[in-house]
Write a protein of this length. Structure first.
Length: 146
């Protein structure tokens, strides 16, 4: 099958399929004309790649773990015992990123909670309004002659 058919069947764009090939995740045969020729196994491979990308793995890790997985219905299942530590390491990386984002959200919540509500006047609001007006006056798109 050609790239357009693979894209249609997997939901991946042709551009993404080419990227997967660049990352050595897909290895389509080439016709004499240069067109890529995909097999039925590539449909399952692309679905696996997309599943692992959605799980937060990068393409380098996917290239390492995908050969050690099989499709069991709608789910990928590891078949190599050595795969669990790799996946746990990535899960820990994702958990750390989530913790960082939660801390950032909490810090922003504290700042928002300390802010006066709309309509309340604070002495420094004039400075904010002046600063915003100054940014707009320096905007080349706004200061260009008509």
């Amino acid at each position: 099958m050609r790239i357009g058919e693979l894209a249609r069947r997997t939901g991946a764009s042709e551009r993404m399929l080419r990227y997967y090939e660049e990352q050595d995740l897909l290895r389509p045969a080439r016709r004499p004309s240069g067109y890529r020729e995909y097999q039925e196994t590539d449909v399952r491979m692309v679905r696996g790649i997309r599943t692992l990308l959605a799980a937060g793995l990068n393409t380098v890790t996917i290239a390492e773990v995908l050969p050690c997985m099989i499709e069991d219905g709608e789910m990928l299942v590891p078949v190599c015992g050595e795969l669990a530590p790799v996946l746990i390491e990535d899960r820990d990386r994702i958990s750390a990123a989530i913790d960082d984002l939660l801390a950032a959200r909490h810090a922003l919540d504290v700042i928002i909670a300390a802010a006066p509500r709309t309509g309340e006047q604070v002495d420094n609001c004039e400075a904010v309004a002046t600063e915003r007006a100054g940014r707009r006056s320096h905007d080349p798109a706004r200061s260009a002659p008509a």
